[in-house]
Design a protein around this ligand. Structure first.
Ligand SMILES: [Zn+2]
Length: 387
C-alpha cells in the first residue's frame, strides 16, 4: 500500500458519511454537486457513489438536462427508497402505534394496538404485529434494517434503556435489548420529543437545517434541540424539558411537584382538566378553539394564557440556543386560532429583535402516525450512520 493509499482510506470513510448527509439534506444531487457540497474530490465521489450504487443504496434518476448546460446531461443521484425498511413503534398508555417506512420515510403499512400494561406484553404484541405487517407488505425480511421506539419519559438512548416513564410507570427497562431479541432487529429507543426532532431532520421541514429547536405540543410539552447537526441530549439525557420551565410563579401544582410549570397551563392534559373544571366539555383543543371563536370568554382566557406561557418559554429557548428555526408540532390540534396567535405574540414581545429576524417560527400540523414514523426515522438515521 502506498502512502497516498493509506492516507486515502480514512478520507473515503468520512466521504461516505458526507455523501449520505448531503443526500439526506438535498434529496437528489449530481456527482459534481455532491463534490462541491461535501468538499470531497470528484474522484472520491465517483468511488463512493459507485460502491453505493452496487449496494443498491443509491438510485440514478432519469437524466435531465438544463438550459444553462446547453443540453449536457446530468445524472442525479438519490437514496434508494427500497434499499431498507424500518419498523417504528410509539407507545402511550392507551395505544401502541406501529409503522413500516422505507428509506425515504414513507409509511408503507401501519397498525394500532391497545396500550401495553407491561414491557413484556409490549414486546410480545409487537412481535405478533410485526410478523403480520411483514406478511401484508410482502417485503423480504432481510430488507428490514432496524426498529425505533419512542417513549414519553427519560431515555438513555446509548444503552437503549427507558430510565423512567411516569406515563407508563416504567423504570430502568432495557427496551432495546428486549425488542432486538424478540424481533431479531437492531433496536433504538428514544424520548418522543427527541424522536420528533429526528423525524423533522430526516424527512420533515428541518432537512436542510443544522441547528434548530423542535417543540411538541401534546398532552405535555416537550422540546429537542439539534446543534450543529447533532441531537443535544444534555449531561444526564434530560435536555429539552421545556414543560417544566416555570411560567407562572406560585401557579398550579405540576406533576413534578413544583408550581406553575408550562405543562400546567399549556399541556393538552392540563387544558382539558381546566376546561372541565370550568364546565366545558371538550374532546380536543379544536373544540376549545371553536368555543373561543364563538366569543366564549372562558375558552379564550384558557387558550390565551396557554399560548402566552408557551411563547414566554420559547423566547427563553431562542435566547439560549439561537436556533435557525423553532418548529412546533401540534399533536393536540390547536390549529390556527387563539392559542397560536397568543404564542406568536408572546414570542414577538419577548425576543430581542435581532433574534426575531434570524429565527423562523414554523407551526406544523402533526400528521397521522407522526410519533411511530419519527421512531422509524431514529432507526433509519442510526442505520445510515453505520454504513
Ligand atoms: Zn413541572
Amino acid at each position: 500500500m502506498t502512502a497516498t493509499e493509506r492516507l486515502a482510506k480514512p478520507q473515503f470513510r468520512s466521504a461516505r458519511n458526507a455523501v449520505i448527509a448531503a443526500l439526506l439534506r438535498n434529496k437528489q444531487l449530481a456527482r459534481s454537486e455532491l463534490s462541491k457540497i461535501t468538499g470531497v474530490s470528484p474522484a472520491a465521489i465517483t468511488e463512493v457513489t459507485q460502491a453505493f450504487l452496487q449496494r443498491d443504496l443509491l438510485a440514478e434518476l432519469p437524466v435531465r438536462t438544463t438550459g444553462r448546460q446547453r443540453g449536457r446531461p446530468t445524472v442525479q443521484l438519490q437514496l434508494q427508497a427500497s434499499h431498507a425498511y424500518f419498523l417504528g413503534i410509539s407507545i402511550d398508555p392507551s395505544a401502541i402505534s406501529m409503522v413500516i417506512t422505507d428509506l425515504h420515510g414513507r409509511v408503507i403499512e401501519h397498525m394500532v394496538l391497545p396500550g401495553p400494561d407491561t414491557p413484556e406484553r409490549l414486546v410480545a404484541e409487537a412481535r405478533t404485529a410485526f410478523n403480520s405487517l411483514l406478511r401484508s407488505i410482502k417485503i423480504p425480511r432481510s430488507r428490514m434494517q432496524g426498529v425505533g421506539i419512542t417513549i414519553t419519559g427519560i431515555v438513555n438512548a446509548d444503552e437503549g434503556i427507558c430510565r423512567y416513564s411516569a406515563a407508563l410507570g416504567w423504570r430502568d427497562i432495557p427496551v432495546a435489548r428486549m425488542l432486538t431479541k424478540a424481533l431479531r432487529l437492531p433496536a433504538w429507543v428514544e424520548n418522543d420529543a427527541n424522536a420528533v426532532a429526528v423525524g423533522e431532520k430526516f424527512f420533515g421541514s428541518a432537512r436542510g437545517m443544522e441547528s434548530f429547536t423542535s417543540v411538541m405540543l401534546g398532552p405535555t410539552i416537550g422540546s429537542a434541540h439539534f446543534v450543529h447537526g447533532k441531537l443535544y441530549r444534555g449531561y444526564d439525557d434530560s435536555a429539552g424539558e421545556i414543560g417544566h420551565i416555570t411560567v407562572v410563579p406560585k401557579g398550579t401544582l405540576c406533576r413534578c411537584g413544583r408550581y406553575g410549570c408550562l405543562d400546567t397551563i399549556a399541556g393538552g392534559y392540563a387544558l382539558r382538566m381546566a376546561a372541565e373544571a370550568e364546565g366545558m366539555k371538550i374532546t380536543s383543543m379544536r373544540d376549545l378553539e371553536e368555543r373561543a371563536s364563538r366569543s366564549e370568554t372562558r375558552a379564550s382566557r384558557l387558550l390565551r394564557a396557554a399560548g402566552n406561557g408557551l411563547g414566554l418559554a420559547v423566547a427563553s429557548l431562542v435566547h439560549l440556543n439561537n436556533p435557525q428555526a423553532v418548529l412546533f408540532t401540534d399533536i393536540e390540534g390547536f390549529d390556527n386560532g387563539v392559542f397560536r396567535t397568543a404564542a406568536l405574540r408572546a414570542i414577538e414581545n419577548n425576543v430581542m429583535p435581532r433574534f426575531l429576524q434570524s429565527t423562523q417560527i414554523i407551526f406544523g400540523k402533526a400528521e397521522e402516525n407522526l410519533l411511530a414514523r419519527s421512531a422509524a426515522s431514529v432507526a433509519a438515521f442510526a442505520y445510515l450512520n453505520s454504513i
